[in-house]
Design a protein around this ligand. Structure first.
Ligand code: NDP
Ligand code: 8X3
Length: 252
């Protein structure tokens, strides 16, 4: 029987790239996100190209009720999840703490921390019942260091770092693997979302150097997921060659 990967935030960027990589490797997929059309289009493409089965589930990870209803509503055979990629996440704004938007703060905290927790709560129980599973959390270098005006986004990714360690401890006796992958600058829709559709400002983030692309992270996640059963990678930081820290980017 084919293995199953559940990827949150599969409508764009790293999540979408992970969907392609895991489908190429023969996994059946559960893909989630808020944009149903994108989910359906991607599911069709992957099914046609790789002949894998794809279930789509459209919900907002910020809503505990939506997460529980949609995930628990999946047929029993789809709950045999081998790999959960906790990828859905975002940044909103880049403002100093005295000027930050309350709404932006709540959106980041609700998505990156609470959303990840809601999904993990449901899926970790399936994994415990199944007796196998691997949870891969998308952290960030923003979870390893703090940069000016990154305040709340960095705090949410520090929380992911802590939750990753906590999950690893709590799920140890169940044989469930837990890994965090922490990327530096990856050119996706991330900066456009952070700057609320300002494409020009978003593009400047990647000016003068070669950033990572979503596929670089997807291939890394696949490497992590495909280690032998007795091997777990706890924590992995990956940056462009031109980046040494969040604010140390060598631009030509
Ligand atoms: P994108 O903006 O390209 O993709 C983000 C994905 O998250 C989309 O599929 C989006 O789907 C989903 N998402 C966002 N909010 C919600 C929500 N409330 N409910 C459900 N899904 C949601 O960004 P990336 O691919 O770059 O980001 C993926 C992850 O990687 C994030 O956790 C991000 O913090 C992390 N990361 C990104 C880095 C980068 O430089 N790009 C670096 C380090 C970490 P939809 O809008 O359809 O709901
Ligand atoms: C995304 C990378 O440096 O914009 O998590 O925080 S950064």
């Amino acid at each position: 029987m084919a293995k199953i990967a559940l990827i949150t935030g599969a409508t764009a960027g790293i999540g979408e790239a992970c969907a392609h990589t895991f489908a190429r490797e023969g996994y059946n997929l559960i893909l989630t996100g808020r944009r149903m059309q994108r989910l359906e289009r991607l599911a069709g493409q992957l099914n046609e190209k790789y002949n894998v089965e794809v279930a789509v589930s459209c919900f907002d990870v910020r809503s505990k009720a939506q997460v529980i209803e949609n995930l628990q509503g999946l047929p029993a055979e789809w709950k045999q999840v081998d790999v959960l990629v906790n990828n859905a996440g975002l940044s909103q704004g880049l403002d100093p703490i005295d000027k930050g938007s309350y709404d932006d703060w709540e959106t980041m905290i609700d998505t990156n921390i609470k959303g990840l927790l809601y999904v993990s709560r449901v899926v970790s129980n399936w994994m415990i019942d199944n007796g196998f599973g691997h949870i891969i959390n998308l952290g960030s270098i923003a979870g390893k260091e703090v940069y000016p005006n990154g305040n709340v986004y960095c705090a949410t990714k520090h929380a992911v770092d802590a939750l990753n360690k906590g999950m690893r401890l709590d799920l140890l006796s169940h044989g469930i693997k837990v890994t965090a992958v922490h990327p530096g600058a990856v050119e996706t829709e991330f900066s456009e979302v952070r700057f609320k559709g300002d494409k020009e400002r978003a593009k400047k983030v990647y000016d003068g150097f070669e950033p990572l692309v979503a596929k670089d992270i997807a291939e890394t996640i696949w490497f992590v997921a495909s280690r032998p059963a007795h091997v777990n990678i706890n924590d992995l930081v990956i940056m462009p060659t031109a980046q040494a820290a969040a604010t140390a980017i060598y631009r030509k």
